[in-house]
Write a protein that binds this ligand. Structure first.
Ligand SMILES: Cc1cc2nc3c(=O)[nH]c(=O)nc-3n(C[C@H](O)[C@H](O)[C@H](O)COP(=O)(O)OP(=O)(O)OC[C@H]3O[C@@H](n4cnc5c(N)ncnc54)[C@H](O)[C@@H]3O)c2cc1C
Length: 386
């Protein structure tokens, strides 16, 4: 296993759970045992938690854990690292993804590791001018924590609405009031040219002064070390429905894997905790000769501005149906329905029951009654056509 994040650890656990008794080596660049990242931008940044280490039976797993070791190249049957070569009969690539940075000489914080979170938190405080670049999932969560810590928080976003690339501008626009309520200044349609020592240089507008600049504009899969290995890479490691890569006995999981989804008839690379948690079971099976296919309904959650936002499914070209009035109701949902009348995706804001039921309906490929779907007083499951 290369990469000791959640997907790497879950691969070790899955191989043992499926009866593999041979030698296992887990190589991780970070000096820590596997920890969870979702709390970094929530409980850790908010000051409620310092440690998010994943609970696992390390002794029982009997794994040769090599922390602080970076894989630098791959040749057939050998992982080359900065601490020597490691031979393998089977390989799990689980190297995750790393934040994209912007040009400029100024200090820019990103949020990927526990160190990032603790350092950023130490910079927060009353009156500190924080500028967050990007109003995506991470940007919204960082802004939530910064505002709660009393920072004078500004979010700059190139798109016309928050979350536009994830959910579209129509949904994203409904989250704009959340920023206002929290006292966060949201500047939309503004592009950043570079990060300067005094703040952020905006295209056409000049300098926006800031004490702390956080860049949250997305991540790229960590696959550079595979260059020249013969492993096909295209926005992540290209794997099939069984998560097998283009070389024999190699699988890939988590944020770095771009797998073939028969459900959606396209490749998916999903940067969600749930994928890192569940894909390794299939990948381990594939290494052990199994035929199982990984084809989930993607699931994601975010906690922002005091709200629990959850999403399941894949929008594709499906049509948006509101469930409740985001302008009037604090809790609401949105559904997407395909041309065939099937539920494709559901987004919920403080409506966890809708999420659970919606996810099940999407998974089963069921058709729905749009009238009931749009009525927030009716249970989502009652909208299923029988
Ligand atoms: C701040 C934050 C908040 C998040 N919040 C949510 C959320 O609310 N909901 C949700 O669904 N998802 C969330 N996510 C996403 C989720 O955490 C990721 O999808 C998940 O961590 C992916 O796990 P992974 O094991 O594939 O990759 P990673 O967690 O990135 O682990 C990969 C590991 O491999 C190591 N590595 C990389 N290259 C090498 C190399 N060459 N050699 C050795 N080791 C290497 C890395 O250092 C890293 O430790 C969040 C992510 C972050 C950063």
């Amino acid at each position: 296993m290369v990469g000791a994040g959640l997907a790497g650890l879950r691969s070790v656990e899955s191989l043992r759970a499926q009866g593999y008794t041979g030698r296992l080596t887990l190589v991780g660049e970070e000096p820590h045992r596997t920890y969870d990242r979702p709390p970094l931008s929530k409980a850790v940044l908010g000051g409620a938690l310092d440690d998010t280490t994943v609970d696992s039976d390390w002794a029982g797993l009997d794994v040769d854990l090599r922390l602080g070791v970076r894989a630098t190249a791959l040749t057939e049957g050998v992982v080359v690292t900065d601490a020597g070569e490691i031979g393998y009969d089977g390989l799990v690539i689980a190297t995750g993804a790393a934040p994209v940075r912007l040009p400029g000489e100024g200090r820019q914080y990103v949020l990927r590791t526990i160190e990032d979170a603790l350092e950023l938190r130490s910079r927060f405080g009353a009156g500190v001018r924080v500028t967050v670049i990007g109003a995506g999932w991470i940007g919204a969560e960082v802004a939530t924590a910064a505002a709660a810590a009393g920072c004078r928080t500004t979010v700059v976003e190139a798109d016309a609405a928050p979350l536009a690339s994830a959910l579209g501008t129509e949904i994203g626009a409904r989250t704009v009031p959340w920023y206002r309520e929290a006292g966060v200044e949201l500047r939309l349609g503004v592009k950043v040219a570079e990060v300067a020592p005094e703040g952020v240089v905006l295209v056409g507008e000049g300098l926006l002064e800031a004490d702390v600049v956080v860049t949250g504009i997305g991540v790229r899969p960590c696959v550079g070390w595979l260059a020249g290995s013969g492993i096909a890479v295209e926005d992540g490691v290209v794997v099939d429905g069984r998560l097998a890569a283009s070389l024999p006995s190699v699988v890939a999981v988590g944020d770095c894997a771009s797998w073939w989804s028969a459900r959606y008839g396209r490749r998916l690379r999903i940067e969600h905790w749930d994928t890192a948690l569940s894909a390794p079971e299939v990948a381990a099976g594939t290494l052990l000769g199994g035929e199982a296919v990984y084809d989930p309904v993607p699931y994601f959650w975010s906690e922002q501005f005091g709200r629990m936002v959850q999403f399941a499914g894949y929008v594709g070209g499906a049509r948006l149906v509101w469930r409740g009035d985001p302008g009037a109701d604090r809790a609401w949902a949105a559904c997407w329905v395909t041309e065939q009348g099937r539920l494709a995706a559901v987004l919920t804001v403080d409506r966890p029951r809708d999420l659970v039921q919606g996810r099940r309906i999407i998974g089963a490929g069921q058709q729905v009654d749009e009238r009931l779907l749009a009525d927030p007083r009716a249970a989502l499951r009652d909208a299923v056509l029988r």
